[in-house]
Unconditional design. Sequence first.
Length: 349
Amino acid sequence: MIRYSKVSLADFVCVLPDNIVSSDEIERRLKPLYERLRLPEGRLELMTGIRERRFWNAGSKPSEGALLAARKLLERSGLEAGRIGALIFCAVSRDFVEPATSTVLHRQLGLSHDCLNYDISNACLGLVSGILSLANMIELGQIEAGIALCGENAGPLLENTIASLNADMSLTRSSVKAHFASLTIGSGAAAVLLRRARAGQQNRLLLAAASYSDCSSNHLCQGEAQGGMTDASQPLMQTDSHELLQQGVKVAAGMWQKLQSCSGWQADEPDLICTHQVGKFHRALLYEKLGLPLEKDYSSFPLLGNCGSASLPATCALALEQGRLKTGDKLLMLGIGSGINASGLAVQW
């Protein structure tokens, strides 16, 4: 548990791809599988509440979306690139295994030679882990400002999953379930600016953070070890969605207890709650088990699907753009990453 007094979570932005793919379209492309296993159409949206998701153009790299988000963030904040003390790239998707994708962004943004940069990999919790790393640097006085950002490129995973499911004649109604989560994934980019809180400027204070882990369940969602999310990598992922849901919510409940103790917030105190976006059943179970009021929720999954590490910050950015997040609000951010890790942030907007 950590309490902060000097950190302003100054702004969120997101950039969404133009290519929209509906759940109905995915099922049409899976017609050979559906006919072979006699699967009912409409089950993908029915089970998840996800109507559509977005994808970058073929051949896009994760850094490209992240760069758009970073430039949008800097333009909106008016902060000069040379004043950024650290940049952390936090996506599941990466341009390559080596060097760090952050080096691409450091170069393209024209950051200073003194700007620390590196990648963080922590599944869908990556960007929250980046926020915590920057917050600690600011609280300790190591930097004045930093950016955590991500660009998730889920197109290769979806394309390879569809091709694999249609081609694999050994699949059964039972075994196909391990690939279901891969059909809910979407692409997106997000960036978050953290600054040292100062008198005379708009401070959106990060008050407290807490984390909790149970890595005995790290086998429940695993991607193949074939490198980054590129068109050439042919990624596949297998997920025990039901068990991951149950165990993930248990980990989140442990984190929420710690965050309540650290922040002093009660369950009905936040004005807005944004979580990692998985689907409607995950949302319902999470709010039930944590005792949080569902009417405080803001969700993006019906239109974006699960955008990996971009899901939580993009949801916050959309809430801000649509007037759901207002000055003076208490914002509760809850993130879960397969592994299983959970982190939560209490922010006074």
